[in-house]
Design a protein. Structure first.
Length: 346
């Protein structure tokens, strides 16, 4: 993900890559080669402390393993730098709550990376939903059928203790979309899931990976609306990796990736309409998130320059972690988990 940020930063006018810190030698070598290809000349360090003490820069992007976010955030926030921290904010609710409380009075820009809001077809879908096209919303559905988790340095992402669990690591994006699209807070989470196919043949120091690879999650919201997440991570053959739809009293609106089509199905049966949303080729080729990383970095940079408030704040990162942890807990216990988000941290 750090390399994806490098490629997309190269497309953002006025943004310069000043330095990189990474404790893994192989990652540093790869980053150096990529930087040269992109015409970037960052200083490269093996330790974040050396970068913070040596380089003069305005903003930090944290694209490190999930379990390192909390300590890195504490270290970087002490320097009063603008921050974009990749999802998930933290791997547990206690750390995420602490960071959110710190960020509430933070003097600089604090942004949680939730790329899925910024996929152009999804952005257009959200725009149409918020314009009221489907009417009053009662149901929402998100389906992601995709390939297994990729191999990362040391395969750190194979264990819940490092990631927070699949429904935190992968699905915080989708819980964020539920809140953002419905403009509402969840009150109850019920989930069913398991590890049935992926990584069962792998072994690390005598341990088999424990991350689930499929789940259904139902979320009830304060307004009475409900949302469902349908996740499968052994569905490489699926034509559409993501499909999202909402149902309101006026009809159904859908978006699919990678087809990039937004489809409208009105209840009054006047006919289906399909809007195709193009994404610039440069943004598509610079990452694996259908151009979203570019558009999010563009918005982050604009806020950094203008001083505007971030579109994605620490509270959004906290809520996504809390919902993911609740879903993981529901799977473990077989019971629904009640939530109360009327106040920060409740």
């Amino acid at each position: 993900m750090g390399r994806e940020h490098m490629r997309n930063l190269a497309l953002v006018e006025g943004a310069n890559l000043i330095g990189i810190a990474d404790p893994d030698e192989g990652s540093r070598i790869t980053a150096k080669v990529l930087a040269e290809q992109l015409g970037q000349k960052p200083a490269i360090f093996s330790d974040i402390t050396d970068l913070l003490e040596t380089c003069d820069f305005d903003a930090a992007i944290i694209a490190s393993p999930n379990f390192t976010h909390y300590s890195l955030l504490n270290q970087i926030m002490a320097k009063n730098l603008a921050i974009l921290v990749e999802k998930p904010l933290c791997t547990n609710t206690e750390d995420a709550l602490h960071i959110s409380e710190m960020a509430a009075n933070y003097p600089e820009l604090f942004w949680v990376g939730m790329e899925y809001r910024y996929m152009p077809p999804v952005s257009r879908f959200i725009e149409r939903v918020h314009a009221g096209e489907p009417g009053r919303l009662f149901m929402m559905y998100i389906r992601e059928h995709r390939f297994p988790f990729l191999s990362k340095v040391g395969d750190w992402n194979r264990f819940n203790r490092n990631t927070g669990g699949t429904l935190v690591e992968k699905c915080c994006h989708f819980f964020d979309l539920m809140r953002y699209i419905l403009q509402d807070e969840p009150k109850r989470v019920f989930a069913s899931g398991a590890q049935n196919v992926n990584h069962l043949e792998e072994c690390y120091d005598g341990e088999t990976p424990d991350i689930i690879d499929n789940a259904y999650v139902t979320v009830d919201f304060m307004s009475g609306a409900r949302a469902v997440l349908d996740l499968c991570m052994f569905a490489e053959g699926a034509e559409q990796q993501e499909e999202i739809y909402v149902l309101g009293d006026l009809g159904r609106l859908d978006v699919a990736i990678p087809s990039a089509n937004v489809s409208w199905f009105p209840r009054e049966k006047s006919g289906v309409t399909i809007e195709h949303i193009d994404t610039p080729k440069a943004a598509l080729s610079a990452g694996d998130h259908h151009g979203a990383t570019y558009f999010q970095l563009l918005s982050f940079h604009r806020c950094l320059v203008s001083g505007d408030k971030p579109a994605l704040q620490a509270i959004d990162g906290l809520r996504a972690v809390q919902m993911g942890i609740a879903a993981q807990k529901s799977i473990e216990t077989g019971l629904p988990v009640e939530l109360n988000f009327t106040e920060l941290g409740e």
